[in-house]
Design a protein around this ligand. Sequence first.
Ligand SMILES: [Zn+2]
Length: 432
Amino acid sequence: MPPPIHTSEQTITEASDCFTSSPLSMEKDPVKPVMEDSEDKRQPRKGSKLALYTFVDAFGWEIYQQYGFLNDLLPHARRLKTTFGFSSAADPSILTGRYPDQHGHWSSFYYSPETSPFKGFKYLAKLPSSIFDRWRVRHWLSKIMAKVYRYTGYFELYSVPFSKLPYFDYLEKQDYFVPGGILNTDTIFDWCVSHDIAYYCSNWRHSEEAIIEENKQQIRESNIKMNYLYLPKLDGVMHTYGTQHKKVAEKIHWLEEQVRDVYELACQHYDQVSLYVISDHGMANVSGSVDVIKQIESLGLTFGKDYVAMYDSTMARFWFKNTRAQLLIHQALEGINEGTIVSEAELRQMRVPHQDKKFGELFFLMNPGILINPSYMGLKVIPGMHGFHPDDKDSYACILSNQEIGEDINSIADIRKTMEHELNHASARTQY
Ligand SMILES: [Zn+2]
C-alpha cells in the first residue's frame, strides 16, 4: 500500500497568486513507496523527477567567475548573452524563450500621451517636489496606483517627474509570472498549463526567506515537475555596494547555502533532480556619471512641444515633434563622449521592438560604468548598475547546472529550451 499523497486539487487550493498546477500529470506518476530504515515509516511518495530552476537576479558571468557558485554541485556553466535594456526586457526573454521584438516587452515607460494612466499627475506636479521626490512617498504612491488600476505586474514610478509622466504609458501592467501575462507570446508557465505539467513559480512579492520556504513546501509534496525559485536580492546588494564589497560575497555565500538546502531537500523527495542556477544579466561597477538632462534642457527646447525624453539610468530615449529639435538633440548627444547614439541597424540586431518607435526614435546609451545622473530612474549615483551594452563583459548572464548544457544555449532567450527539454523528458517518463 503506497503512502497517501496530497492531491493536485489541494495544491491548487493552496496556491498563491503566482502559482498554477496541472492535475493530470500527477495521476500518471508511477507510485513509489519510500523505504527508510526497517521501521514502518510512512513517507510521502517520492516524485520521479524535478527540474529545479533557481533564478538569481544580476548573478552575471563575471560575478560567477569571481565568486563561483556551488562548484561541487554545478560542474556545468555557460556564459549567456543578455538582452539590451533592463530586467523588464530580460526576464520576459527568459520566460518566453524569445527576444523583445517578439514578446513585446522592453522598457517600462513608453511614449503614449493618449493612453497615459498618469494624466492626473500634472496637478500633483504643482506641489513642492521636496515632498514627492522622496523614494518612500513615490513607492507608496505607486502601490496605491497599482491597486486603483488593478495592475498585477511590477509597478514603480521611480523618479519620473510628475510633470513628465502624462506623456508616458506603463508597459508591465500584468504579472507575467502567471499564465497569460506576456503581451505577444506565451511563457514556459503557459506551456506547462497547456501540457498539463504541474509546476510552482515563486511569488516575487514575498521576501527571499518566505519564497525559499514556500518552494520547499511544494517540493515536500513531490507533486510538481518544475519549480522556479526566484531570488532577486543580490541585484539590490550590488546596486548598493558594487560588485567587490564583502556584503556581495556574504550574500552569494548565503544564496549558496539556501540553494544547497533546497536541492538536498529535493533529492529526498525526488528520484532525480536537475538543478539550474540562471540569471538575467550581470552588474557593472559605476565609475562616473553625466548630467545629460541638464545638457538637453540647456538647448532652449520645450519638453512636450519640441521633444519628449525618457532618461533611464544608462540610456536616454527621445521622441521628436520637429526636425529642429531632432537636429539640436542629435548634435548635443554627439558631443557627449561618455555615451553613443545607438544606430537603427544595431537596435534591429539587438532585437529591440522598434518598428513603431514606441520605445524611442533615438536611443543614447552610456558607456559601461557611466550613469545618467540625475535620471528619471534615480536621483543619485549608485555603485552598481546594469543596462549597458550587452557586449560589455559585465552585462553577460549565466546558466549553471548539474546537467550538461547544450552548445546551442548561448543567450538568456535559450534558457526556456533547457526547461522544455527537462519537462519533455519528465512527461515522457510519466507515460510508463
Ligand atoms: Zn537591478
